[in-house]
Design a protein around this ligand. Structure first.
Ligand code: UDP
Length: 345
């Protein structure tokens, strides 16, 4: 029988792409989402792409323990991929209580419900933000985490530690919890069908949605935050990972857990391309591949930005048998196709 995977936050940007890839790999997927930061656009897109109209959908808030526990009562969950969290760095600085409450309580509830139901496999959606402003580049999973500069980053560090501690405490018991944290670098792009993609609310904070919204005319001008950094062209370096590649990394990690292939009961993997790209290079590539001119200007540095960060992906390549495959050109074309598709709705 197909194994059941609960995707919390499954109607969102990354969650919807992961749901598609899990279904393609033969898993049964249950989606839980409180719709606090998305609408049904992506979930409808998932149904179209997969041809599945019957994906169980729970409109629940993972901060509601009763609702989460009931879901576990009703469904025989084999693994959880936990996305349900707030994710805006600036907002987390302004509203720390809201961020700590939401991101920590929802994860604690998932863990407790999983434990109550005989243990489970938990995949936590972490972030390269846990490395902070490190100078050891590229970063490996062993690179020490540095103190985070935002409550958002703190919640990622804390949830990683909570998962590790729960795994340790339940190891060898009748209710073992096994865990993997995937540390994503910069997820961008959209599904090749253009039926699902990123749907930022309000003014986007992230680079690629800001670029596509500028190209379509929703924003007047893109600001490149700083061109006086100590990098080849003066702009910041990041590791931009295609969202479909990222989704496939989740399938590889879930299979590793469910097929009993883990080497430790708690594991961490970097998920990136391993290739740094500057903001200027990304903007140039977007213009070239989509054959358009983007209105942009150089603006002051954005407070809190790290100069450069990219992944050493050896561990994920070797242990998960996964590597990023889509080219930056394909990815940027998909982001633009998604934006154009949205404009037609
Ligand atoms: N960036 C930019 N203009 C924008 C948004 C982002 O120049 O409107 C730059 C930002 O300074 C960083 C990179 O793009 O160097 C990626 O930023 P993003 O917010 O997408 O991700 P982060 O790496 O901060 O998580």
């Amino acid at each position: 029988m197909a194994k059941k995977v609960l995707v919390s936050g499954g109607a969102g940007y990354i969650g919807s792409h992961v749901t598609v890839e899990l279904i393609a790999a033969g898993y049964e997927v249950i989606v839980a989402d409180n719709m606090s930061n998305c609408d049904l656009t992506c979930f409808e897109g998932v149904k179209k792409i997969t041809g599945r109209d019957d994906i169980p959908f729970y409109e629940i808030d993972c901060c509601d323990f009763g609702a989460v526990n009931k879901l576990f009562d009703e469904q025989n969950i084999d693994a959880v991929i936990h996305f349900a969290a707030f994710k805006a760095v600036g907002e987390s600085v302004a509203q720390p209580i809201m961020y700590y409450r939401n991101n920590l309580v929802s994860f604690l509830n998932i863990l407790e419900a999983a434990k109550n139901h005989g243990g489970c496999n938990i995949l936590f959606s972490s972030s390269a933000t846990v490395y902070g402003e490190t100078e050891n580049l590229p970063v490996t999973e062993q690179t020490p985490r540095l103190p985070s500069t935002s409550p958002y980053g703190n919640t990622k560090q804390m949830c990683e530690d909570i998962l590790r501690d729960v795994v340790f405490a339940t190891s060898g018991s009748d209710e073992p919890v096994k865990g993997i944290s995937l540390r994503y670098f910069n997820p961008i792009g959209a599904h090749p069908s253009a039926l699902i993609g990123e749907l930022p609310r309000g003014v986007p904070n992230n680079l690629v949605p800001f670029i596509t919204q500028t190209a379509i005319g929703k924003r007047e001008c893109l600001s490149i935050f700083g061109n006086d950094y100590n990098t080849k062209d003066g702009t910041c370096l990041r590791d931009y990972i295609d969202v479909v590649d990222l989704a496939k990394a989740h399938v590889a990690a879930v299979s590793r857990m469910l097929d009993g292939k883990m080497k430790e009961d708690y594991e961490i993997f970097n998920i990136g391309t391993g290739k740094p790209l500057s903001v200027q290079e990304l903007v140039d590539a977007f213009e070239k591949v989509n054959n358009l001119k983007l209105n942009y200007k150089i603006a002051p540095r954005r407070p809190g930005d790290v100069v450069a960060i990219w992944a050493d992906t050896t561990l994920a390549n070797e242990e998960l048998g996964w590597k990023a495959e889509r080219s930056i050109e394909e990815t940027l074309a998909s982001a633009w196709a998604w934006e154009k598709n949205l404009a037609e709705k």
